[in-house]
Design a protein around this ligand. Structure first.
Ligand SMILES: Cc1ncc(COP(=O)(O)O)c(C=O)c1O
Length: 452
């Protein structure tokens, strides 16, 4: 065990803390990074060593750590009220936030239901959809279609629409029997097409599912444009256009899970903003508070809302509550986050960063093991393969991604590859120069593992 016997804090961590999505035995050899403080795009350990946070702390930190305006917003709210329950009580930070979100998302999304994490915002959309159909005379519509590779969180409801076997496997028998549909796979496109020029021919399986099973389908859930946990798999908007038309034609709801891609990540504030996309439900979390505090929302429109609205005796209300729903500190922080994102030409400032990432990434494409480098907005992903010509993956037990991560720690960059996909999801405020450092360091890490 590499843990020094005198390293009291890490020993205490090792004995009592169970970290998420972690094989804890790995920490015998490599303890977790004990982060002491964070500033901008950097994390600092106890000894003052600096690590570039190139995945925005699990994709949440949009504006950098320790941001003065966000700090002020939280402090100001803290001096007024830290928390209060949200049934029978409301507060200004939540009202302001709901109004802002309604203004910034497609016109049909007029109602905001608060919660406190991404998985829960998905649970809420699933529940609302089923209850809507039940209260609209179609109680048979209670299944969901989801894409292979789809990921929507790890609670049981969210897992029941997860298209990644590893997450589902231990729980398979307790998950609701929803319907997995083969989704886009642009890197290994079974139709032999390119995303720039295809017409989303891969929509065919979804089309067939909607045709044959629409009577039992409440909704289709997707991560628009980028399937994050699947390895930052990217697909064209043409797929979403077809999905919208087909769902409308068959009377099936659409749930856009923009938990990871929302709030500027793709270069637009939301994937569904300004593109004639009109999901029935929109789930948002992660970047909503720029990584400061837990918060989530599920948005929908008047049609769904009105199916729940009526006299008390009708018992049509939506029963879903959490103690920390719409926490005022989190709402205040989200308001400040949105003010920054929508002000001061912030979004326009993303374009040069997006180009810098694309430009810098050329050096990754020269790597012998580069299966593909793909990018959507400020999300870049390098898929490493054993054989570039055939796209043959590395066997999972070689843990290439993990070894690249360890090399990154030696070089001051904190990554967390997904299998053999090394990805960049840096805070949106990263500078073009820092983008160069990030990409070059990652390239060196890959070389160090595969060409030592
Ligand atoms: C697309 C998507 N949906 C849902 C979730 C779950 O969010 P949370 O981790 O806050 O429960 C995630 C988290 O990674 C996600 O990427």
């Amino acid at each position: 065990m590499r843990l020094a016997k005198t390293d009291n804090e890490l020993i205490r961590d090792f004995h009592h803390v169970w970290h998420p999505c972690t094989q804890m035995k790995d920490h015998e050899e490599v303890p977790p990074l004990l982060v002491d403080r964070a500033e901008g795009i950097y994390l600092f350990d106890r000894d003052g060593n600096r690590y570039m946070d190139v995945i925005s702390s699990w994709w949440v930190n949009l504006l950098g750590h320790n941001h003065p305006r966000l700090n002020d917003a939280v402090k100001a709210q803290l001096d007024r009220m830290a928390h209060v329950m949200f049934a029978g009580i409301t507060h200004r930070p939540a009202i302001d936030l709901a109004e802002k979100l309604v203004r910034l998302t497609p016109p049909n999304l007029t109602r905001v239901f608060f919660s406190d994490n991404g998985s829960t915002s998905v649970e809420i959309a699933l529940k609302m959809s089923v209850q809507y159909w039940m209260q609209s005379g179609k109680p048979g519509k209670k299944r969901f279609a989801y894409l292979s590779g789809g990921y929507h969180g790890e609670t049981l409801g969210a897992l029941s629409v997860c298209g990644i076997g590893m997450f589902r496997k231990p729980f398979e028998e307790v998950l609701a029997p929803n319907i997995e549909v083969a989704g886009p796979d642009c890197f290994r496109c079974p139709y032999g097409l390119k995303p720039e020029s295809c017409a989303a021919e891969c929509f065919e399986p979804m089309e067939k599912t909607l045709e044959s099973r629409h009577r039992e389908l409440a909704a289709v859930i997707v991560e628009p444009l980028v399937q994050g946990a699947a390895g930052m798999k990217m697909y064209p908007a043409a797929y979403l256009a077809k999905l919208q038309d087909a769902c409308r034609a068959h009377g099936v709801h659409t749930i856009y899970d923009e938990i990871a891609v929302g709030f500027g990540r793709t270069g637009d504030l939301f994937v569904c903003s300004g593109k004639k996309m009109d999901p029935t439900f929109l789930c948002l979390s992660k970047g909503i508070t720029s990584g400061y505090l837990p918060l989530a929302v599920t948005m929908t429109g008047e049609e769904v809302f009105s199916a729940f609205y009526g006299d008390y005796e009708s018992l049509k209300l939506f029963i879903h509550s959490h103690s920390y729903t719409a926490n005022p500190l989190a709402c205040a922080c989200a308001n400040a986050t949105l003010d920054i994102l929508t002000g001061e030409n912030f979004m326009a400032g993303l374009a040069p960063r997006i180009s810098a990432m694309r430009e810098e990434a050329r050096r990754l494409e020269d790597l012998e093991w580069c299966g593909e480098y793909r990018q959507t907005g400020m999300i870049g992903a390098l898929e490493l393969v054993r054989d570039r010509a055939t796209g043959e993956p590395f066997p999972f037990d070689r843990r290439i991604g993990y070894r690249v991560y360890l090399e990154g720690l030696k070089r001051g960059i904190f990554m967390r590859p997904l299998g053999n996909v090394i990805y960049f999801l840096p805070p949106l405020v990263i500078s073009p120069e820092e983008i160069g450092t990030m990409v070059e360091t990652a390239r060196q890490c890959v070389e160090a593992v595969l060409n030592p």
